[in-house]
Structure formats: structure tokens, C-alpha cells
Design a protein around this ligand. Sequence first.
Ligand SMILES: Cc1ncc(COP(=O)(O)O)c(C=O)c1O
Length: 391
Amino acid sequence: MSFLLELLCSQCGLVHEADRPQTVCRACSKPLWARYDLERLAPQLRPESLRGRSASLWRYAELLPVQDPQHRVSRSEGWTPLLELRRLADRYEQRALWLKDESPNPTGSFKARGLAMAISRALELGIGHVGLPSAGNAAGAAAAYAAQAGLRCTLFMPEDTPRANIIEARLLGAEVVLVPGTIADSARALEAYRRDHPELFSLATLREPYRLEGKKTLGYELFEQLGHLPDVVLYPTGGGTGLIGMGKAFDEMEALGWIGPERPRMFIVQAAGCAPLVRAFQEGSSEARPWEGAQTLASGLRVPSAIGDFLMLRLVRRTRGGAIAVSDPSILEAIVEVARNEGILLCPEGAATWAAYRELRQRGHIRPEDEVVLFNTGSAYKYTEVLEQLL
Ligand SMILES: Cc1ncc(COP(=O)(O)O)c(C=O)c1O
């Protein structure tokens, strides 16, 4: 049973009702957070209570927004493996290196977490037509869950999105509109479409409150799988729902009495060809200016501006982490190094976290005694156009 109470604005704190469709704050247009009755839940839900529950993100049902289990639209997403990278840890003399591998999720990426939640809530709240702008993987996940829920789905993607993303979304029954430019142009095309189709409910990143709730389960899983929180988390960041979601999960866990005020040092990892958050971090700004001429082979990181910029910058500063950009050649090198040493093919976004690890370790921001978690956010097999370059 869900302990959802209401939605709160992440900036101004204004309360919004959770029992009807909501987008962003009606006062300041910033993202909304789901708030749960953690005080009432704390005595009933301990980490030990989770043992034996389903091996999916639905094991955290009390902390998720779906009210009626009948409305769950699910293909067993979440509870993905946390893999130890032992050979690389030995080679780099790192105490512990872990890879949270999100590629086994339905449609092969961590986007399944957020979209399972958003589409379950859309179904629960009586929405019939959903849509979103996507750099690729979110489109496949949205199409799959919309098909399972029987909802109409209209997707807007950059025309140079990896072909596998376009093919899967179309085969899964979504209408796909290809748009020149980046995801920012796709977002504008979606808004223009909505003028003639006002019934379309947009599931765009952080303009809909429940994708964040699905993504936050990454934070709960890390804690459960390790039995504690790691020292360092490296996250490949576009819109940043996973990063913000994990920060929210850690705050909820503290409110539940599972952890104290300690937090992993959280790092934003971006591509050098599109690094608006890294620039803002280095400039000491609280918000990020849009990145001009965004270009990288890590298509999921080609996000020139993010509505949650202020939340991510606040989070990495608060946790004494940071923000780092890595070049496309270093991403390609990282794919090869992890493949040869660990037998794992990373997607380019996941490989960016390995490239970032090497750089941060060299600069002394990561120490040998740290326990480090990297994220492989999706399957490498959707990026054959990129991988072929390495043969
Ligand atoms: C594989 C992959 N990794 C990372 C990202 C960035 O995710 P987020 O927008 O949650 O920061 C994306 C987004 O498209 C992606 O597809």
C-alpha cells in the first residue's frame, strides 16, 4: 500500500493534490516531488522487512505513488545486479568498484524504472494519451509500457537518434515523430503538437512527478544490495532524474531512520560536447545555461538544458561531490577497457562513468580506499553504430 500524501514544489514548497494529473508547480513552474507519510511508515518498514519481497522495484510499494496494485504496469523492472569489477579494482588499486548494471531492465535501460511508474500513475489517474521528447531510451520504455497499459503514445526524437531506439518504439506501437536537432527541439515540437492535441499528457523529464519516483529506487537498491551507502557515486547525467531521485531516496531513508546524515559523494558525469551542468558547477552557479551546439556519441547525454539543474547542482555540492566532463574518445577507450578486463559491454553513457572514474582518481578526488559505484544505464546493443567504430 502506498503512503503517498501529496506533491510539493521542489523550489517554493507549494502543496499540490496527488489525486489528479499534475505537471510542474502552478506558482513557479519548477518540478514537483511526491511526499509520503514517512512518520507513520517508519515504525512498520525496516530494511529487514524488505527481505523476501519481489525482485523488482515494486518491493518498495509503500514508498511508491501507485495506490491500487491493479494499476501497476510492469514487466519486472528494477532490482538489477550490482556487479563487482574486481580485475579493474586490482589494476587501479581501488578498495571496491561496483557497477550497477541497468541493462537487464525491460527495453534495456534504466528508463524502464521511471516510465513504469509514470505510466502506471497515468493509467490510475485516467489519462488516455501520453507522449514525451526522448534522446532514445526513454522512448522505447514509454512505448512498451503504454502498449501494455493500452494508452496512446506519441514520441518526439532527434532524427539522428540510434536506429534501434526508433525501430523499437515504432514496433511497440507508438507514433514516432523525428525532429531535426537535439532533444530540446523535440521538446518544442511536442509542445507545438499539444496545441492541437490538448489531451496528450506530457511525460517529459521532471515535468511529470512520478518518473522520479521510479528512478529513486536506484538509491534504495544500492543501500539494500551493499548493506550500506558507498563513498562515491558516478552518474551519467542528462536530465538527471536518477541522480535527483537517488538524493531523494537517501533523504527518505534518513527520515525512516535507516541511515544517518552521511551521503555518498555524488558526481555528475557529462560528455565534453554537452556539459551545461559541469560548466555551471565550475562557475559556481546555481542554475545552468543551455549548451549551444550539443554533440556527443553518448546520445542520452545530449541534453542541452535540464529543468532540474538547480536540484542537481545543489545535490552534488551538498554531498561534496562534483561534476566532470569526459571526451568522446575517452568514452570509446573506456568501452574497450571495461570489455577486455571485465567481459562487460557498456553503453556509451555507462562508459562515460568509467572514463570519469579514471580522471577523478588521477586528480585525487577519488581515493584508493573509497568504495565507488558506476552506472551502466543501458544496453550497449542499441549502439551498434558507435560500437562498430571500435572494430
Ligand atoms: C543510457 C542513458 N544513460 C543516461 C541518460 C541520462 O539520463 P537522465 O536524463 O536521467 O540524466 C540517458 C537518457 O536518455 C540514457 O538513455
